[in-house]
Each structure stands twice: as C-alpha cells, then as structure tokens.
Design a protein around this ligand. Sequence first.
Ligand code: ASN
Length: 319
Amino acid sequence: METLNQNDDYVKSEIERSMRHLADPKVQHAIKVQSYIRSYVTDFLREAGYTEIAPIIISPLTDPLNHPVYDPKIHAYGGDMWITQSMIFHKQIAVQELKKIFIMSPNVRLETEEKAGTGRHLYEFTQIDIEALEKSREEMMSLAEDMIIYTISRIKKEHSEELKYFHRTLPDYQKPFPVITFREAEEKYGKGFETKLSKDSTSPVWVIDIPLKEREFYDREYPDRPGILRDMDLIWPEGFEEASSGGEREYELSQILDRIHKKGQTEEQFKWFIELAREGIKLTTGFGIGIERFTRFVCGVAKIEDVTTFPKVPGRISL
Ligand code: ASN
C-alpha cells in the first residue's frame, strides 16, 4: 500500500483542505466559542480552588481505554512509552499531594476508521480533566454541574452574538441534572442507549453505576455490589451524546490487581501504577469533559471537525 503521507497529491489536497477549513466563517466562529469555553471552565475551576497542572504528552503509563484503538506506542531509550490517551493515572497520583487539580489535556486516541462519520470523534482532542482527593462521586457531579451552568451562562451573557450566528438557543439548565442508572437506561432505551437517551433529554443527564464490563479497570466498585462501579457519564441533550466520563477510583492494591485480571490485562502493562499503589494511595474522584464536544454542543453543529483548527478525523493523515 502506498503511504499516504508520502504522496504529493495527497499532501497538496490536504493543505488546500486545511486552508479552506480555516477560512470558513462557521469554523472561525466555533473556534472563538471554543476559546471562551476554555477560558470560562478554567476561571471556574481556579475560583473553586483547583490548581492547573501541565499536560503529559508521553509516558510509560497511560489509559488503556475500553474500546479498540491503534497503539500509540513509541520505542525510545531502550523502552516503550505511549502518547497520552488520557491522564487518568497521572491525575490520581498528582492529586495525592495537590488535592484538587485540572489539566487542559491533549489526548491522542487512534480511533478506527469507522468512527470517521460519527461527527463526534477526532483522534487528537483536548479534554478538561479534573480530579480531587477524598471527594465522593456526588460531590464531583455537583462540581461538574456548576461548571457547565457557569460556562454556558457566561457565553449566553457575554457572547450572544456567537449563539445568534449559529441560530442556537440554550436554556438555563438547572441543578441537579437528572440521573438515570445504567440498568434503568438499558431497560428504557435498550442496549447502546446513549443516542436515544440523548435525543430524549432536554437537560444534560447523568448515567451512573456503569458496570465494569463497559469501563476500564480503574473506576471503583461498590463494596457490596460486585461488577457495578461508583462512576458516572454525562450525556449532552438533543442527540449530542457523551459529554463526560468519570468516577471514584480504585486505590487499594488488592482491588486494582483483581480488576486488571478481570479485564484480561497484564500487570506488566501497569507496573508503574501498581508500584505506586503498593506505596499506598488514597481515594480520588474525577471526570473529564471533551472541549471540542462541549463546543460542538454549545454551537449546535453536526460535525466536530467544524469546531477546531486542525481536525484529525479517524482514518485520515491530516495537518
Ligand atoms: N478523563 C476520564 C476520567 O476522568 C478518563 C478518560 O478520559 N478515559 O475518568
């Protein structure tokens, strides 16, 4: 197979596409909205006592994810490192000392080609990733609600011209957002309920108690409900689907090992984290919200590519 990034015609057409994209007024307006969202969520978190830490780009430890992606592995210095898929473990470690943190965290997830047309997937994106020490899931859900309400209300107040450009009206969402358990959602909407739940909702809605088989190993199990986790996803309304995922984290070594085995993963893959857990870590809880998805929702646009400068659509090598 010819390597796409070595073909001159491909490079030329991609550059032209990038230039057209950047010149598109819709894209320019959405990028402004993204910039306001970045500013308001960080204002809110600093005010709430959270410290911003710098993103990690490469490490021997990253999120395994619970869905198949191409391996972003780099071989260097006689060992393997991964490009960050999420900073989950770094959050959990840093917050032991810093107590309340957030990161504007660029993530690379080399999604498979069939995700190209979803309107929701980019293989490089940024999430605002938040973690706090010894807080409960419910406390963090409340923080997320305040953050979203604050951000949307500032955009409505200070940048109504941008919402007008997109013919977008956003209600004043009320706290607490509705909550549905994973089981209730499956009973009501069937398997893979996210699209239906999102279309059926007029407010962001929480899905809680997501089972282990649907998640990575690191979220915390209810002590008395094996296989059910103290975690939460936030779903945007109006069909915009997933906004956020998060949960309380497992912190006891025996639980962490048990979970890695149950998920069919190897201790070798997580030895840096296992070693830390052996030293002793405390309960932490957090979540991450995709900035591009947040922007897509606020602008009400169909394609996530339209809210960012250099979109990386799965399957395409792009600038
Ligand atoms: N940021 C997410 C969390 O805090 C993890 C992820 O992005 N996979 O749970």
